[in-house]
Design a protein around this ligand. Structure first.
Ligand code: PFF
Length: 452
């Protein structure tokens, strides 16, 4: 994101839509439903919502305020406020570089599904074996991954973000309407009600520390928090735009889409696969295995499927563009190189890392790191380790170094800070303590020290 863009957000709607465009993506449509299905349905949803209104609210407010206060993106912003803490910005900057490659692998899967639906393969895609058959190949998934990553790189290089923003304004509302339509259809299928219950009613016996960690990682991922993105967006925000209500709107939008995605997918798992733990625990493949079956059972399902995958692809592209843009602009600044070279470097790096994730489902399926496949490993490192670390230091930084008042002052430039008390308590006490406890237990668990 170059400097010219800093004056781009003319009003509140512009800011909220741009931030929501980055936030709403595969995290909402693909990642949220599979985590919710895996981690106990209703209990995951409840924990997620509680975290969103406390942690999510506090961190997003802090990040946007830091950005707006300094007018800088992550690395510069932490440095400007206190030199000793510039390391937070550096760690944050690493995260999009880890996410982009595997995000593009999933983006490639979405592109392939769109192609399959357009070329008359909707029926075949509804078969249980279709997805597994596709991702375990070598050339096919890599080809689609490189197409997706290449498209992202071309857009970032061409700097057509303005065009993307315009299309976003049209596509986002269509995505909401279509998601509501598909969710209603899913919920009304015979046998779906068990799934709706599983998704909405919390079963407290399914609660565990892992549920909280998974929900927390998902929250950061979905709202593009703890990786410097919202700081950058904040630096583009005008001083008279109401910061607190913008945060509320972005959160509502992001959580609303995630909730709908769960409602589209989880009841359908009960209808088509009987809601067994095995079917619910499918992980990254859940959306791709379940949704084609929903479309197949609908009149005109092929067209709905085409429209749906087109919208998912678009949401994924707007997010991958903001991921790549972040990495590219950091490289330009730090290495003092041009945009073209920087784009090329990021592209090559992402192809290499993404290859691991893609082939990890095929020829390298046997290769495991701490018991995880490559894609899951990268996902774990970024979401369950690095993001909580950045979030923890951000809380400490705001709570004890620059002090919460520095943030309140910034928020109050554009109106009353209604949830100031909540913000202070969460950022100073609740968030840092919880994050450390959860982080320690998750890392210990990952290395098999104990089982939660
Ligand atoms: N928030 C995006 C999603 O939910 O898909 C993922 C993401 C996009 C993270 C852009 C970070 C980012 F810069």
């Amino acid at each position: 994101m170059n400097n010219e863009k800093r004056s781009n957000f003319t009003g509140k709607i512009g800011f909220v839509l741009a931030a929501a465009g980055s936030a709403v993506g595969l995290g909402n449509l693909w990642r949220f439903p599979y985590l919710a299905a895996k981690y106990g349905g209703g209990i995951f949803l409840l924990v997620y919502i509680l975290l969103a209104v406390s942690f999510g609210f506090a961190l997003m407010t802090a990040e946007i305020a830091i950005g707006r206060k300094t007018g800088l993106s992550a690395i510069g912003a932490f440095k400007a406020l206190n030199k000793k803490y510039s390391f937070i910005g550096y760690v944050a900057a690493l995260i999009p570089a880890i996410i982009l490659p595997y995000y593009s692998v999933i983006g490639g899967w979405v592109t392939k599904y769109l192609y399959a639906f357009i070329s008359g393969g909707a029926k075949a895609a509804a078969d249980d074996a279709y997805f597994g058959g596709f991702i375990s190949q070598t050339a096919q998934p890599v080809l689609w991954f490189v197409i997706f990553l290449g498209a992202t790189a071309l857009i970032v290089l061409g700097g057509v973000e303005k065009g993307v923003e315009k299309v976003s304004k049209l596509m986002m509302p269509v995505l909401v309407v279509l998601s509501i339509f598909i969710a209603i259809y899913s919920v009304c299928m015979p046998g779906a009600i068990e799934g709706v219950k599983y998704y909405i009613m919390p079963d407290f016996s399914k609660f565990s520390v892992t549920t909280v960690l998974a929900a927390m990682g998902q929250l950061f991922y979905s709202m593009s928090l703890a990786m410097g993105i919202m700081i950058t967006y904040g630096s583009y925000m005008k001083k008279d735009v109401n910061l607190e209500s913008s945060v509320t709107q972005i959160e509502l939008f992001d959580t609303g889409i995630a909730f709908l995605a769960g409602l589209m997918i989880i009841p359908a798992v009960f209808v088509f696969s009987g809601g067994t733990p095995e079917a619910l625990g499918k992980g990254p493949s859940l959306m791709f295995v379940t949704l084609p079956k929903v479309f197949e059972s609908m009149a005109g399902g092929t067209y709905i499927g085409i429209l749906f995958f087109l919208l998912v692809l678009f949401a994924a592209l707007t997010s991958s563009i903001s991921l790549m843009e972040t990495v590219v602009s950091i490289l330009c600044d730090k290495l003092k190189i041009g945009r073209k070279l920087s784009c090329l470097l990021v592209f090559v790096f992402s192809v290499v890392l993404g290859l691991l994730s893609s082939l990890g489902y095929g020829v390298w399926a046997e290769v495991k790191i701490i018991g995880l496949q490559f894609l899951d490993f990268f996902d774990f490192i970024s979401n369950s380790v690095l993001m909580p670390v950045v979030a923890f230091f951000t809380c400490v930084f705001v709570g004890y170094v620059i002090k919460p008042e520095a943030i309140s002052e910034e928020v109050e430039l554009s109106g009353k800070f209604r949830r100031k008390a909540l913000f202070n308590v969460v950022i100073k006490y609740i968030a840092p303590v919880c994050i450390v406890l959860i982080l320690i237990s998750s890392v210990l668990e990952a290395f098999g020290v104990f089982k939660i």
